[in-house]
Design a protein around this ligand. Structure first.
Ligand code: DOR
Length: 444
């Protein structure tokens, strides 16, 4: 058979549901057309991937890109540029923008802003509030919607639903898996006096492990009572891992690279407010607990929680300093470094960043390297050593807490629906990002 493809990725080590092996991938019309030995086939372009690993496109299921309203920190173009420079092919973006993404108009506006301006594919969460609860069944099924996101403890922005009665009403009306920022607002308020002026080491003392566990337990109870599924974002404690192990039927969960990489108090001593995040980075003991969750399969996905603030904003004295750090661009390099250090396998990384998101969120045609699926790939060089620097960060915020950190393993190519968006650090334009399609949001 004399096949012709738009392009062929030649001789890369493909990591997919079939294990790991050297194969060619033929791409046609933005989709994977064939996997195997394609030496006899012709193609518009042949890209040599010898010595490189080809992973299914990495999906970062938690980023804050700040548009509209907070674009001094980031916008959809700069945030997605940062994503593809770091090997990320799709992002799920959060609703704590200004205005908040809580109405159909705000949601549709974001999709319009993102289309062919973002460099990667994208979905937006819709914020769940007391006021929009009756609209959520319709809103959560809008094309491009990743589901409902609820903050049950306050963080950046004005989204907050802290009481069980209001949460119950949200649970009752929605059908899709909803995502939660789980820190107990009542406990956070009680403990505010524990914050020490100018000392971010007091951040995890204020927002302690009990606040996180209490919130997660409340959410699991509500999920059981109402027969719904929850996704607990950015797990920060070992107690939540052990608790969620017994509730996997109703609860999925996410870990972040910063909770897996940093530890208190060292990170606050070295980085000050740059290490300030919600929920906080905690002791090495908690970090080990989250790694246990990776090893045991309890964690379903990784999300960077990319939450950019300007250096001027971060320079305010704690606790006036905002919580958040960049992360979408450093997710892949940091995790490849962990792979090279033997902390997880490449197969488990793919499970966390491709197969996991597809399984939890019912994504159509992404998350695996299979014929008929979108030709989304993260091409990595496991042998390449690099130093992460602020200069490399494409986010408008322009900084990373990992400035100067040496890693082993580097993203060298990003393909989105067959288009080579980034190759060896060069960005290709124009941008052609489109909404991710979900099984629940496909048009009839
Ligand atoms: O530290 C954080 N910053 N945690 C969040 O949940 C929100 C985020 C932000 O938007 O700045």
């Amino acid at each position: 058979m004399n096949q012709h493809f738009d392009s062929i990725l030649k001789s890369g080590t493909v990591v997919n549901q079939d294990g790991e092996g050297v194969r060619d991938i033929g791409i046609k019309g933005g989709r994977i057309a064939a996997i195997g030995s394609l030496g006899q086939a012709s193609a518009g372009e042949v890209i040599d991937c010898k010595g490189l690993h080809i992973l299914p496109g990495v999906m970062d299921t938690q980023v804050h890109f700040r548009e509209p309203g907070l674009t001094q920190k980031e916008d959809l173009e700069t945030g997605s540029r940062s994503a593809v420079m770091g090997g990320v092919t799709a992002v799920f973006e959060m609703p704590n923008t200004n205005p908040l993404t809580v109405t159909e108009a705000a949601f549709t506006d974001k999709v319009k802003r993102g289309r062919h301006r973002m460099h990667c594919d994208f979905a937006f969460f819709i914020g769940g509030t007391r006021e929009n609860v009756q609209d959520l069944p319709e809103l959560e099924r809008a094309p491009g919607c990743a589901g409902v996101k609820v903050f049950i403890g306050s963080s950046t922005g004005a989204l907050l639903v802290e009481d069980d009665e209001s949460l119950r009403r949200i649970f009752q009306v929605i059908r899709r898996r909803a995502a939660f920022h789980a820190e107990d607002e009542h406990r956070l308020n009680e403990r505010k006096p524990l914050r020490i002026e100018n000392d971010p080491r007091s951040h995890p003392v204020w927002r302690d492990e009990t606040a996180a566990l209490m919130a997660t337990e409340r959410l699991v109870n509500l999920a059981r009572e109402t027969g719904k599924r929850i996704h607990v974002l950015h797990i920060s404690t070992k107690e939540e891992i052990l608790y969620l192990r017994d509730h996997k039927d109703v609860a999925s969960c996410e870990a972040t690279p910063h909770h897996l990489t940093m530890a208190a108090p060292e990170c606050y001593e070295r980085l000050g407010t740059l290490a300030q995040m919600n929920p906080p980075v905690r002791s090495a003991d908690h970090r080990a607990g989250i790694w246990y969750g990776i090893e045991q399969g309890i964690i379903d996905v990784l999300g960077s929680d990319h939450a950019p603030h300007t250096l001027e904003e971060k320079a305010k004295a704690y606790p006036a300093s905002p919580s958040g750090m960049t992360g979408v661009q450093t997710l892949v390099p940091l995790m490849l470094d962990h792979v090279n250090a033997g902390r997880l396998s490449l197969a488990r990384l793919v499970d966390l960043t491709s197969a996991g998101p597809a399984r939890l969120f019912n994504i159509a045609c992404k998350g695996r390297i299979a014929a008929g699926y979108d030709a989304d790939f993260t091409v990595v060089d496991l042998k390449r050593g690099e130093t992460i620097t602020n200069q490399w960060i494409a986010s408008r915020a322009g900084w990373t807490p990992y400035d100067g950190v040496r890693v082993q393993g580097w993203p060298v190519g990003t393909f989105v629906r067959g288009k080579r968006v980034m190759w060896q650090g060069e960005l290709a334009t124009p941008s052609t990002g489109e909404p991710v399609r979900f099984l629940e949001t496909l048009k009839p």
